[in-house]
Design a protein around this ligand. Structure first.
Ligand code: HPA
Length: 245
């Protein structure tokens, strides 16, 4: 088993990772966001990829999601845990909360979103009823219990296009649609992993309340401060999830 972590905003590198080596890959779909970093977290091996590059330079709509996921497949990765900074929409999703979403709605557009684009003789429709791998989600939830970390065990993740944050009305619409969390990078990443049959789950770390919920304005300073606490917990959760694998 080879586990990969994809780190998002606030998780460009894992400080506690003992790095053994890194590998820069090319794929038929182009260049991944950064080199794949191999290392050990509490004695367990993993591969780490910085979704926005290292240093953080790629906005959500410029990420080459296909290259990132293809590269992981090339490396023989058998499981992906994706970490993402999000805005909170429903009451349980306050700043610094960690949630393990079980559903998503994709509002992004214009992204290269499938590996099944060019072979027109063979049209493939993956099943995506449950976008996150249930067994992997359960393991993450068990890990949270084992380290006494409070997490919200379900939720619907909305993927917006960005890079701007939403309007207050957009957040009201997302709430009406049944969304609990909003981020910009969850798709097409989850679907591409499914296309390549790699079990994939998401750990969402709430950085701020969605637009219009609490404050007049969302600042980057607020986002960064909440992510500090949230990502510290997320790394502990990752480490324990890998221990249980
Ligand atoms: N909206 C979308 N993506 C985000 C947010 C948000 O409020 N906060 C962090 N990522």
């Amino acid at each position: 088993m080879t586990i990969a972590i994809i780190g998002g905003t606030g998780l460009t590198a894992i400080d506690r990772l003992t790095i053994t080596h890194s590998e820069a890959l090319e794929t038929p779909y182009g260049t991944p966001s950064s080199a794949y970093v191999f290392g050990e977290l509490d004695g367990k091996q993993l591969v780490f990829l910085a979704r926005h590059g290292n240093p953080h330079r790629l906005p959500p709509h410029k990420i080459n999601y296909r290259a990132n996921i293809w590269g992981l497949k090339q490396l023989g990765v058998t499981e992906i845990i994706a970490v993402a900074a999000v805005g909170g929409i429903t009451a349980a999703m306050g700043p610094a909360v960690i949630a393990i979403p079980d559903q998503l709605i994709d509002y992004s557009y214009g992204r290269e979103h499938t590996f099944f684009a060019d072979d027109l003789e063979h049209v493939t429709h993956i099943d995506f009823s449950y976008p996150y791998h249930q067994g992997l989600r359960q393991r993450i939830l068990q890990a949270a219990q084992a380290i006494n970390l409070d997490v919200v065990p379900t939720g619907t993740y909305a993927c917006t296009q960005g890079p701007r944050l939403e309007t207050a009305a957009e957040i009201r619409r997302l709430a009406q649609d049944g969304c609990d969390l909003v981020g910009m990078t969850g798709m097409p990443e989850a679907a591409l992993a499914r296309e390549l049959e790699i079990p994939y789950a998401n750990i969402s770390v709430v950085a701020n309340w969605g637009a219009g919920i609490e404050s007049e304005e969302i600042t980057m300073a607020e986002i960064e401060a909440n992510l500090k606490t949230g990502m510290h917990n997320a790394i502990n959760l990752l480490a324990q999830s890998i221990q249980l694998a």
